[in-house]
Design a protein around this ligand. Sequence first.
Ligand SMILES: Nc1ncnc2c1ncn2[C@@H]1O[C@H](COP(=O)(O)OP(=O)(O)OP(=O)(O)O)[C@@H](O)[C@H]1O
Length: 283
Amino acid sequence: MDLAVRRPPDGAAAGGLPVGAVALHEVSVAFAIRGAPAYKAVAPTSLAVAEGAFVAIVGPTGCGKSTLLNAVAGLLQPAGGWVEIFGERLAGLNGRAGYLFQQDALMPWKTALDNVAIALEVAGTPRREAVAAARDWLGKVGLARFAERYPHQLSGGQRKRVGLAQVLIRRPRILLMDEPFGPLDAQTRQIMGNLLLGLWAEDRKAVLFVTHDLEEAIALSDRVVIMSAGPEARIIGDHVIDLPRPRDAAEVRLDPRFHALHRRIWDQLRAEVAKTYEEGAAR
Ligand SMILES: Nc1ncnc2c1ncn2[C@@H]1O[C@H](COP(=O)(O)OP(=O)(O)OP(=O)(O)O)[C@@H](O)[C@H]1O
């Protein structure tokens, strides 16, 4: 793979340099394993994400998608290379990013309102102000009537909405999403996709969205990046999704252009998925 930072196809260039929210410069990741050589999960990988771009990362299970996201979040230290956030080298946690995981991060003893407000309170916002902002955000995610419910009194999709409000209320310039809608049924995923697209359109954060679902990746993104099977996974494809916006995450799937993109990207992804299963079967 070429190790130069990829220019985002949708990124503006200033003075010949990409204006990036996120840039991975030959980032590699290895994990120490007791009694065995380190596991080289990700080979030197470069990727640039322009401000405001929505980029999906897709690849076979266990290839290193979450690992790459964790490197951007500053949750793990690369073995080689470095991460830049808005042009600055990342050292420690990435304070410009909000992170949404597959698992809920809601506190079961707090109401939906307090779960959202706490995200501001821990950053020093006075309670009254934090609660007012939390009410606003619960409205934006369609949960105004559910403010006083506890997480166990909400559906899976509603809990995801609270999680989204909890992350977005801090107005991060970068949104890192790791299979955020994973446990939801197909219809709820599409509804959540539309909610996300609507909120994203308001202030266009840079989004890195990890999913195993290629249709979801194409429906939501400006670019779909494909990772190879691990070990030493790397980026083997970077596809521009030129479907018009605004998009409906469900209806866009009926567009003939969607099918053409799906066929082209799936051809590449299929080979990597097959490798993962062959290796699994050989063990
Ligand atoms: N802390 C760790 N120690 C050792 N190996 C790890 C560790 N974390 C991840 N790995 C390995 O690194 C590889 C990449 O893991 P990662 O979770 O990034 O994959 P993924 O593409 O997100 O997978 P999935 O789609 O199944 O969620 C896997 O082989 C995994 O077993």
